[in-house]
Ligand binder design. Sequence first.
Ligand code: ADP
Length: 453
Amino acid sequence: MKLKNKIFFYSTFLFVILVILLSATIYFTFINITYDRELNRVESNAQNILSGLRNETDEFSVIDLMSFYVPNDGMLRIVNQDGQLMSPAVLSGEVPNTLKDYQISFERGRQSGVITHSDVSYGFVQLPTIWRDGQVVYMQVFESLETVDNNLDILKLVLFLVTIIALIPVFVSGKLLSDLIIRPIQSLIQTMNEIKSSQTFKHIPLNKQSNDELYTMGQTFNELMDLLKENYEKQEAFVSNASHELRTPLTVIESYASLVKRRGLERPEVVQESIDAIHLEAVRMKDLTEQLLLLARRDQDWKLDITEIQLNQLIEGVAKNMERVYRRSIHMDAEESIIIQSDKQKLKQLIYIFIDNACKYSDEPVRIELSHGSKPIIKIEDQGIGIPEDSLEKVFDRFYRVDEARNRDHGGTGLGLALAKELADSLNIDIELDSRVGEGTTVILSLNSLSSH
Ligand code: ADP
C-alpha cells in the first residue's frame, strides 16, 4: 500500500472509530438516564396506587378499584407470595392482552426494572402490601414506555446522521493530510529521479514559510546535494590536477629521452645531463604517486597501530636523516623525555613532512622544540621564505602551492601538507601555522590524547 493511502486509511479509520464510539456513548448514556428517570416515575405512580388501594373501603370490588387505578397504557396485577395471580390482571390503553401472561422471575419484596414485550418496553415495579384478608401480597405495576422508545429511536437516527455527516470532514481532512505530507516527499523523489537521469545536483524547491520536519528534510537534502556537488567538484579537480602533475614530469622525461636518442651518440655530455633530469623527475613522480595513493586509501587502510613511543628519540631520528639528506643543521631542544601512545609510522611521516618543508623552503638551520605543558607540543621552526597570510589556510589543500614559480625548484608535489592534515586528524594532533613572509615559519603540533579521539 502506498504511503499516501496508508496515512489516509489510518487517520480516517481512527477518526471513524472515535466518532462511532462518541455516538454510542451518548446513545447508551441517554438510554440509561431516561430509563432510570422513567422507572422512578413508574415507582412513584405505584406508591400512589398502593396508598389509594389501601385507603379504599370494601364497598368497591377489587377489580373495580384496579380498573380505576391502572396506569394509562399499562397493567396492574396482584400476586400472592408464590407469584400466583390473586385476581385477573387489569390492562388499559393499547397494551396487548398477552401481557397478562408475562412471566417475571418472581422474588418476594420490592422489584423493579425494564422489560420488553412484543417489541415494546415496559417499566415494571412490584411493591409488597397487606391484603384485605391479612395476607402479604404483591402489587405489580407495568407501564408502557413506548413514547420513550420512540424518542430513543429518533435519537438513534439523529446520531446516525450526525455520524455520517461528521465523517465527511474526516474523509476530506484525511485526504488533505496525506496530500500535505506526501507532496514534498513526491517532490523529493522526483528531484532524485531527475538527478539520477540528468546526473546533475539539483535543489528541491522549499516552501519558505513552513518550518516543520518535512521542510527540515528538504533542507537537509539540499545541504547533502551541496556537499555531494562540492565533493564531486573536488574529486574532479583532484583527478585533473593529478593527471596534470603527472604529465609534467612525463613530458620532461620524454623530451630528455628523445634528446638522448637523437644526440646521445654524437654529444655524450647531454647524456649525463639528461640522465640527471630524468632521475630527478622519476623520483618526483614516485613521491607524487606514493602520496596520491596514501591520500586515496584514506579511511580504508588508515588503521592505527598504537604503541608506546619515546617522542624525543623519534624526532631525533627523523631530524638526523633530514640533516644527512639536506646537509643542513637541525637543532633540537627538549625539556624532558616524553613518552606517548601513538602510531609510530604515521607520526614519523607527519614530522618528516614538516621538517622536509622547513628544509626545502629555507637555507638557515632548522630548530625543533619539544615541550610538555598540559600536552606534548612539537615546534618546528625555520627562517625561510615564509607563507603569505592569505595562503595559510590553503596550503593544506591538495596540490596547492603558494607560488608555482618559487616552488618549482624545490620539486614539491603540493600534497605534503594535505597528507599531513589527514595524518594529524587520524592521530588527534592539532596543527598551527605561524608564518611571516621573508622571516620564516613555525609549525606547532599539539598532541592530544588518542583515547578521547
Ligand atoms: P610541496 O610539496 O609543494 O612542499 P606542501 O603541501 O608540503 O607541498 O606545501 C604546500 C605549499 O606550502 C608549498 O608549496 C609551499 O609554498 C608552502 N609551504 C609549506 N611549508 C612551508 C615552509 N616551511 N615555508 C614556506 N612555505 C611553505
